[in-house]
Design a binder for this molecule. Structure first.
Ligand SMILES: *Cc1c(COP(=O)(O)O)cnc(C)c1O
Length: 396
């Protein structure tokens, strides 16, 4: 083999060294608080700078299992180093707190994950001003940058409404102004989108979703460039941020099959989304892999595939009882939050209550759909039954 192994090979082997674990393919789960030192000299050595020491010190600073997860994800994102966190939201808040001080201004995409938005709003209490920008903003982000701007947060595509951002345009402007860029890559995963290669400084993940992939864990990760890593690691240590032993194990295990799972999610979602587009009672399907979607061209340029999560905007008209009747009719689509597992899900999603005026122009009720691995025809049949009920309610 010459040069760097391809992504598929790296999914299987990144961060893995079976010789270090008696030949077993998978690492053990280290459930750890105390680490015993052989003697006082070793104890003294453990006091070294936490960014530099390589030895185990205390469970909160990480375990070999956690390190394997961080190493593997760093390799896949093309970063310098990563920090595992107890949740995706903790990855976002820890990363943001690593860069902002009182008096700073930050720019945040209007389409970010709602709890990210709520956290950014709360930064006002610390003297940090948050300004939201239209996710369609490209190099014109320059007009919004002030002398006090420290950080620009991106998420592409956006939660709920799935706008694709012009990541290289935003990051190149930010680089010129010495502004750090942070992007939530939960939707695409490094299988389909590698924002560090497009100029971003920090990538955050809710590993709860696709990385773990089985709806059985809460986990986050921050993947950093060389320049941003020291600040992020130091903040994580200061905050007492760490991930659970079983969760990092499940995250690492999930990475091994991420490539094949994501390709199947792509196939399922595109099949379902293009079919839904043709159905009566549907106004729009928000999925950037569909030709004609507003984000399609940027998606073709910057992504190599698409996740299973997309928006379904119903034709305007039906009230809550009719939408509830649609949801009540479904047998395969679970009614629940999160996504990224093997199962299909659906939830109502209402961006209108918290967005800037004008950045979301949908008119009908919006649902968020996750295409899992059930047979595509079964999923279509389930939704067809729901849509028939909706139309009966709308006519009644
Ligand atoms: C779910 C999600 C998060 C939060 O992740 P948790 O692991 O639930 O804390 C952050 N960003 C995006 C885009 C998400 O979908």
């Amino acid at each position: 083999m010459t040069g760097r192994p391809s992504m598929d090979t790296r999914f299987v082997h990144a961060g893995s060294d079976p010789r270090q674990q008696h030949g077993y393919v998978n690492p053990p789960v280290h459930r750890a608080s105390t680490v015993l030192y052989e003697n006082v000299a070793a104890l003294d050595a453990s006091q070294a700078d936490p960014l530099k020491r390589r030895m185990p010190v205390y469970g909160r600073f990480g375990t070999p299992t956690g390190r394997a997860f961080e190493t593997a994800l760093t390799d896949l994102e093309g970063g310098h180093a990563a920090v595992a966190t107890c949740s995706g939201l903790a990855a976002i808040t820890t990363a943001i707190l690593s860069f902002v001080r009182a008096g700073d201004h930050i720019l945040v995409s209007d389409s970010v994950y709602l709890p990210t938005r709520k956290f950014c709003n709360s930064l006002a209490d610390l003297g940090v001003e948050t300004e939201y920008y239209d996710p369609r903003t490209d190099k014109s982000i320059e007009d919004l940058i002030r002398p006090t701007t420290r950080l620009v947060c991106l998420e592409s595509p956006g939660s709920t409404t799935f706008e694709v951002q012009d990541v290289p345009a935003v990051t190149s402007v930010c680089r010129n102004h010495d502004v750090v860029t942070l992007i939530d890559n939960t939707w695409a995963t490094p299988v389909f989108h590698r924002p560090l290669e497009l100029g971003a400084d920090v990538v955050v993940h809710s590993a709860t979703k696709y990385l773990t992939g089985h709806a059985d864990s809460i986990l986050g990760a921050i993947v950093c460039s060389e320049e941003t890593y020291p600040a992020v690691r130091a903040t994580a240590i200061r905050l007492g941020q760490c991930a659970g032993a079983d969760d990092v194990y499940l995250g690492l295990r999930g990475l091994r099959t991420l490539g094949v799972r994501m390709r199947e999610h792509h196939h399922q979602a595109v099949g379902l989304a293009s079919w839904l587009r043709e159905q009566e009672g549907v106004r729009a399907v928000l999925h950037p892999a569909l030709p004609g979607d507003p984000g399609h061209e940027l998606w073709c340029r910057d992504f190599t595939g698409a996740a299973g999560l997309f928006g379904l905007e119903l034709a305007p008209g039906p009230g809550k009882p009719a939408v509830d009747a649609l949801l009540g009719e479904l047998r395969l689509f679970g009614l629940g939050h999160s996504y990224g597992g093997y199962e299909s899900l659906i939830v109502p999603a209402d961006p209108v209550t918290h967005r800037l005026p004008g950045t979301w122009t949908g008119r009908g009720p919006l649902l968020r759909v996750h295409a899992g691995f059930e047979a595509l025809d079964d999923l279509k049949e389930d939704l067809a039954r729901g849509l028939a009920t909706l139309s009966a309610h709308t006519r009644a």
